[in-house]
Write a protein that binds this ligand. Structure first.
Ligand SMILES: Cc1ncc(COP(=O)(O)O)c(C=O)c1O
Length: 510
């Protein structure tokens, strides 16, 4: 082992114009001598032993001090220069670079000698503390072994159009050309955006151009996109009380102050909207999440008027609107939006599957360019292959047929659930059965709370969800939400539904 200068003297010693560095070379080490010199000087710079503009020995001095060839020292210095750690000043010498790369990556060993971290900037919305991120629940692997799981929000895996999907994927792969090896439009594949625009007009009453559509990785990505554009630290985000956690937590993570507005049988109580400028309001008008009620027409109009008056934007999450079992399909809030205050979010997670991670945002015209740019900053757009397959699946008419098929199937399953509940528990107070993939049962007084019913159900092999398990966020502990039980019905057969409810009844009655 070759060692120069005394160990434990961290700062370089300058003697009569010469600089000595504490470098130890180990010939038995697998790294070359040149790499060891590079690593040790780099470490001294990163841990603060060497600071910007500190002088370094010349390569001649270094090679003499270390007893290595001049070429070894030159090569080590060349790499340090190439990576920006040091620089040479012609006729003056070699110095530590004043603008250092990587300074954030201090090694734990060197942290002891590193200068104290600078205080967080004062305009940090989180007061300099690390962000405490709350996240929603996606699935519970422990529930796989249950005899029947009425978990919410999950489509029927057996109904996924696998054959058609694989044909479209294969066909697109054959003709992909350079599209898999290039970046594509961050706003999404034009054919898919056109197919969505064509679908939305008759299905949801949303009339828009393909240009207004941005393809996203499901609603969750859409919440992020909208939030990153419109939320500023400390701004107001109106949410329904209770609401979907996934959206509320994104807005909160961006520094918004959540402003819960209660709901009743007609949806959001618009008389309680805040009188503040520039808020973002997250709403689920067609099938309120979690309770399932529908926002009345009168309130829709009032909500839009509020947004216009207070220069607010409304983020409409239309997550499960493909399934309406009573009456004709409702027009989305976006369909009534004359002043372009609504940002519409749709997803393929419910009608196809969340594994695809495909959804879309319909942006007001004046925000389209900002949305495109933000999507580019976020991830340069979604996977080309899945978008292309989805576009073909829609254009061929298969999507429409698939929707009609599963809508009928889900209606039968919903009916089976309503029948089973009535058979085993008598008259039940139900919300949200007119649409969507789950309904809500307000438990009668004779039963314990929803959380206890959930626990008893699980013990009997039946999964049901209290609001907390069903990814709902409550703000008011006296809102009666502890008596609400969520039951997803689309992923179980009619027999599984009947057997599951029978088991639950036995567990609750015993
Ligand atoms: C109300 C609501 N919105 C959005 C989503 C998220 O959907 P995506 O998979 O499109 O991100 C869910 C998921 O369950 C949901 O329940």
């Amino acid at each position: 082992m070759v060692s120069i200068a005394s160990v434990g003297r961290p700062t370089p010693v300058v003697r009569s114009g010469h600089v000595q560095l504490s470098i130890s070379l180990d010939e038995s080490n697998k790294s070359t001598l040149q790499a060891q010199i590079f690593d040790q000087i780099r470490a001294m710079i990163l841990n603060g032993q060497l600071r910007g503009d500190d002088p370094l020995p010349t390569t001649r001095e270094l090679s003499a001090q270390l007893g290595v060839s001049r070429n070894t020292a030159v090569l080590a210095y060349e790499r340090l220069i190439a990576e920006g750690y040091i620089r040479t000043k012609p006729y003056v010498g070699t110095f530590v670079s004043p603008d250092l790369p990587d300074t954030a990556f201090l090694s734990s060993a060197s942290e002891k000698t590193a200068p104290a971290a600078p205080p967080p900037p004062e305009d940090n919305a989180f007061g300099g503390a690390p962000r405490e991120l709350r996240t929603h629940r996606l699935a519970d692997p422990d529930r796989r072994r249950l005899a029947a799981d009425f978990w919410v929000g999950r489509p029927d895996a057996r109904s996924f159009p696998l054959k058609a999907w694989s044909q479209h994927i294969k066909a697109r792969l054959k003709s992909a050309g350079a599209r898999l090896t290039s970046y594509n439009d961050p706003a999404g594949l034009l054919e898919l955006r056109q197919a969505i625009a064509k679908h939305l007009a008759p299905a949801r009453g949303v009339v828009c151009d393909a240009d207004q559509i941005i393809i996203v990785g499901g609603c969750q990505d859409g919440f992020n996109l909208v939030g990153r554009l419109l939320v500023t630290p400390g701004s107001t985000a109106v949410v329904e009380s209770p609401c979907y956690q996934g959206a509320a937590f994104v807005l909160e993570s961006l520094g918004a102050k959540l402003h819960p507005v209660p709901i009743d049988r007609d949806g959001l109580d618009v008389t309680k909207l805040p009188q503040v400028e520039g808020a973002v309001a997250y709403v689920t008008p067609s099938h309120q999440y979690p309770v399932g009620v529908t926002l009345s027409l009168q309130r829709r109009i009032e909500l839009l008027a509020w947004a216009t008056q207070y220069d607010a934007y409304i983020m409409e999450d239309d997550y499960d609107s493909d399934f309406r079992f009573v009456g004709s399909p409702l027009t989305a809030l976006k369909g009534l939006d004359r002043n372009e205050r609504v940002i519409y979010l749709g997803t393929f997670s419910k009608c196809m599957g969340p594994g695809l991670r495909l959804g879309y945002v319909v942006a007001p015209r004046r925000l389209v360019e900002s949305f495109r740019r933000m999507k580019m900053l976020m991830n340069n757009g979604q996977s080309w292959l899945e978008q292309a397959a989805m576009a073909d699946f829609m254009a061929s008419g298969e999507f429409g047929r698939h929707l009609r098929r599963i809508r009928q199937l889900y209606r039968e399953r919903r009916d089976a659930l309503l029948t089973a509940l009535q058979k085993h528990f008598g008259e039940c107070e139900i919300y949200g059965e007119q649409a969507g993939m789950h309904l809500v049962w307000k438990l009668p007084e004779r039963f314990p709370s929803a959380a206890e019913v959930e626990a008893k159900g699980l013990a009997a092999g039946v999964g049901v969800c209290s609001l907390a398990t069903g990814s709902a966020l409550r703000f008011d502990q006296n809102d009666g939400g502890d008596r609400l039980l969520m039951l997803g019905f689309v992923a179980l057969t009619e027999k599984e539904i009947e057997d599951g409810i029978a088991r639950l009844a036995t567990a609750l009655h015993s």
